[in-house]
Design a protein around this ligand. Structure first.
Ligand code: RIB
Ligand code: CA
Length: 310
């Protein structure tokens, strides 16, 4: 079995937290560091949440602060789904021995890429502000990465608007810079993530194990569950676990190569990931692998086994 060096940039958030728990548990993933950006919650909260997660897991993954706002837009958060603190407003303390590093997210990411040339897998689970900042400061960074996997975008549909997915919509200029950078992107958009639903029976099963991790998952998704039910969903979408499980178990997914460009000017379709998947007119470059489907039952079984192993 292969073990891959991985860096996770995220806006912890409920589904980010569960994705990191999966990354921690999966033997295929050697998690080198976590950087946080604003998005689901403020940078202060997402950074604090990364430390809270280290406390829950009993780990000391290095955590680095990133952007406090998008490149050139106002910050948009998602407390309706993630609660005010970004972790479902559950009781989870910051560990007393938390290490507050001064190195920025983009500098730490670059250092990791230099130490693991052409091997580092970058997984981005929030708005792409930190990644765009890193690529701008270090033009050789895209070429140093093995690949990049993101939760973001959608070939069809949206969530924060009818045309756009939240992570891309939050910072479309950052997304445009990243998609045009030359790094190959495995894009887990809403096309696949809305099929990766964790259902009440699943989180009840996890809580029944009696572990802190199992009870945390049940508790932290409740705010998101209240919101998801309004849209007729049968569970809470494990958006951010998709790129993590894609890296470890690509056999669960179906994907197609495509050209992807980002809308940054329109008001109606701002932040849309325009793909040429369903078009006679093809873009010149296939800069992304767009993930479109998943074996939901096997995906959730593996995800639950990850949580049960913690
Ligand atoms: O649209 C879903 C994405 O936005 C997920 O990454 C979720 O955590 C939020 O950041
Ligand atoms: Ca996220």
């Amino acid at each position: 079995m292969n073990t891959y060096p991985v860096w996770i940039d995220c806006d912890i958030g409920v589904d980010d937290a569960i994705a990191i728990m999966a990354a921690h548990a999966l033997p295929q993933i050697d998690l080198l560091g976590i950087s946080t950006t604003c998005g689901n919650a403020s940078q202060e909260n997402t950074y604090r949440n990364a430390h809270r997660l280290n406390g829950l897991l009993g780990t000391d993954y290095p955590v680095y602060r990133g952007a406090v706002s998008p490149l050139c837009r106002e910050l948009l958060t998602a407390s309706h789904f993630h609660g005010n603190d970004g972790l479902g407003d559950v009781d989870l303390p910051v560990p007393p021995d938390a290490v507050y590093r001064v190195e920025t997210a983009w500098d730490a990411l670059y250092d990791a890429a230099v130490k693991h040339p052409h091997e580092l897998r970058l997984i981005a689970l929030g708005p792409l502000t930190n990644i765009a900042t890193a690529f701008s400061k270090y033009p050789d960074l895209p070429g140093l990465l093995h690949s990049m996997l993101i939760m973001g975008g959608a070939a069809v549909g949206g969530n924060i608007t009818p045309a756009a997915e939240f992570n891309i919509y939050c910072d479309p200029e950052a997304a445009e810079l990243v998609f045009d950078s030359g790094v190959h992107i495995i894009m887990c958009g809403l096309d696949v993530t809305l099929k990766a639903l964790l259902r009440p029976a699943d989180w009840d099963e996890l809580a029944a194990t009696g572990t802190k991790a199992g009870k945390f998952v049940r508790d932290c998704v409740q705010c998101a569950w209240q919101f998801s039910q309004k849209f007729g969903l049968s569970g809470v979408a494990m958006h951010d676990s998709c790129p993590v499980l894609y890296l470890a178990h690509p056999e669960l997914f179906r994907a197609e190569e495509a050209g992807v460009k980002i809308e940054t000017r329109s008001t109606l379709t701002l932040g849309k990931t325009v793909t040429d998947l369903y078009s006679d007119k093809q873009f010149d470059e296939k800069n992304a692998t767009v993930v479109l489907d998943v074996d939901r039952d096997r995906f959730i079984e593996i995800l639950k086994n990850c949580i049960k192993s913690i």
